[in-house]
Design a protein around this ligand. Sequence first.
Ligand SMILES: CC(=O)N[C@H]1[C@@H](OP(=O)(O)OP(=O)(O)OC[C@H]2O[C@@H](n3ccc(=O)[nH]c3=O)[C@H](O)[C@@H]2O)O[C@H](CO)[C@H](O)[C@@H]1O
Ligand SMILES: [Mn+2]
Length: 384
Amino acid sequence: MDAPSHFVFGLERRNGQRRLMHSLREGHRAPRERLSEMRVMTGKTATATLILLSFLLLGVLYCYQNYRVFVSFELNDSRPKDRAADFLPLSDEFHLEAEHLQYKQPSILQGRTDVVTVTPWLAPVVWDGTFDPVLLDSLYRPRNISVAITVFAVGKYIRFLEDFLQTAEQHFFVGFNVHVYVFTDRPNELPRVHMAAGRQVTVRSVPSSQRWQEISAHRMELIQTLIEELNNQKDYIFCLDVDSRFHGRWGTESLGRLVAVIHPGYYRNRRSQLPYERRQESRAFLAPEDGDFYYCGGAFGGRLQEVHLMAKTCRLNFEEDARGGIEAAWQEESHLNRYLWFNKPSKVLSPEYLWQDFKSREPEIHLIRFSGVVKNYAEIRPNA
Ligand SMILES: CC(=O)N[C@H]1[C@@H](OP(=O)(O)OP(=O)(O)OC[C@H]2O[C@@H](n3ccc(=O)[nH]c3=O)[C@H](O)[C@@H]2O)O[C@H](CO)[C@H](O)[C@@H]1O
Ligand SMILES: [Mn+2]
């Protein structure tokens, strides 16, 4: 390989200078000296060229670096906008309202000590007493957020719909825009429930099925297609079981990018005992040493694009399992749990957000907000 040009040039330059000094001391300019001088001149030109080239190179590097920053910014920005933050951008009104709001001084020394309020990946776990509902509502109200709910009432499950809707009017995002999407095969049996201003119900017809497992799992596909049709016109979505009622506030404290609810039945269990799908042939498989919490299939939500990706993934994996002749232990709930192991929720709701009426209340549950009603499975399901 050739010697680096600056090294050759450096030698040339030093030699030339020595010769020039010598010829100046001699007081005359012999042809040899003139040649040396010319060499010095060439050296100077080369120095200038090198400096210019260096600047050019630095310029190119600078532009390249900026271009990369620009490109990566573009890449981030081209992801669904919803992924960016749990909060929507602040508006000016928010500042005004917050300035005039009186609320209890926050503390990092006092608060709930009987429960864990943050996951190891630093997602909040929402328990009663960990948030100020008035403050939170005042942060979100100026942004005029809209929340969609999906609820399925197929076959005899239509009987749960009236209570679900009525109690949602009393407790679910009261004072906010709420759009309930009811999926049913019995649209003419829809209960008449008075909805407050800014709240509405839309009914969508779906086919019935002979297997409750299919009705339950098929929700993922219908949630996926609904979100595609919504085209980001709503800010958040929650997907809830119909055989349940609201008993307490469920509001802005539950908002987040990807939100999951801890199942009330298993939060004292070791992870190896959680009812995840344990057969390796299933795409919902989780090993005994895997899994964080056991999350409910009956309540989850978040920003539209996050829930879309989760629903789509669960649906595709459920269908792939079906092609392989396997159905996960708890259908889409098993797939949801697998998804949430790899894609950690940004907010976790405590079992206050999905209790079960047949369970007695535990001391850490100060307030039951939403709870599954007791039902006669044999009587209401199409199959046992
Ligand atoms: C509280 C909770 O986390 N429940 C989950 C649990 O059982 P569940 O016993 O709660 O399941 P489920 O019978 O309530 O079925 C789930 C939902 O599917 C709909 N449905 C079901 C049957 C039917 O004939 N018609 C109908 O509309 C309805 O919206 C119901 O709420 O495990 C299921 C596994 O598949 C689901 O993940 C449920 O969400
Ligand atoms: Mn249920």
